[in-house]
Design a protein around this ligand. Sequence first.
Ligand SMILES: C[S@@+](CC[C@H](N)C(=O)[O-])C[C@H]1O[C@@H](n2cnc3c(N)ncnc32)[C@H](O)[C@@H]1O
Length: 211
Amino acid sequence: MLKDHLLFFEGFLKNFESVGSFCSTTRWAARELCAPLLNPSRAAANILEVGAGTGSVTLPIIRSLRAGDSLTICELEPTFMTALKQKIASADQVIPPGIEISYFEGPIQELPEVTRYNYIICSLPFLNFPPDLTAQIFEKFKRIAAPDANLTYYEYFGLRAIGKHFPIKDRQKRFSEIDIFFQNLHHTSLKTRTNVWRNILPIHVYSLDLR
Ligand SMILES: C[S@@+](CC[C@H](N)C(=O)[O-])C[C@H]1O[C@@H](n2cnc3c(N)ncnc32)[C@H](O)[C@@H]1O
């Protein structure tokens, strides 16, 4: 556990922009991100986790899987991916039978577009990204989404609003563009927004209809 935290913190120091946070999300946050998978009437599904880090959301996802599901885990940072694979291998007993797990190490933008996903669970730090990268990733999500696809992702409380008033012009502009992007996205696709207070910084978890 401590080893995980240190690895994550080291990743944050090395790649602040892409890792986006100095510690992993809590189990309460993970539970909310996985909530759609717990729907007892859902059918077997293709599930994609984006930005898995060292696995704080991955293991709860795996515990929510059922026979016939497939899970693709996408992570950019090789050291995180290695740690995550080891963790999953050593947690073999939590993988229910009849489940397929695959890995994609690299940016989500480059994930081959062969599978249509019913659930996408995303932890990417969009507020650190240039607005056109965020737009590009959401276009990608739409291309790989099944017709009934659901996306969950999170954002720290207030950060988008604060960023727009940052006393550095470039940052202000970037946050304003990102804010407009998410306002438009939420206007067309938002299903629910849930607050999770029990996280190192509290978060909103958004659930979107990707159709
Ligand atoms: C905020 S961390 C989330 C980690 C973990 N899921 C959690 O919730 O604690 C974001 C993760 O996304 C990964 N990441 C950043 N950009 C990415 C990209 N374009 N494609 C795939 N993963 C990416 C980072 O390496 C990092 O592990």
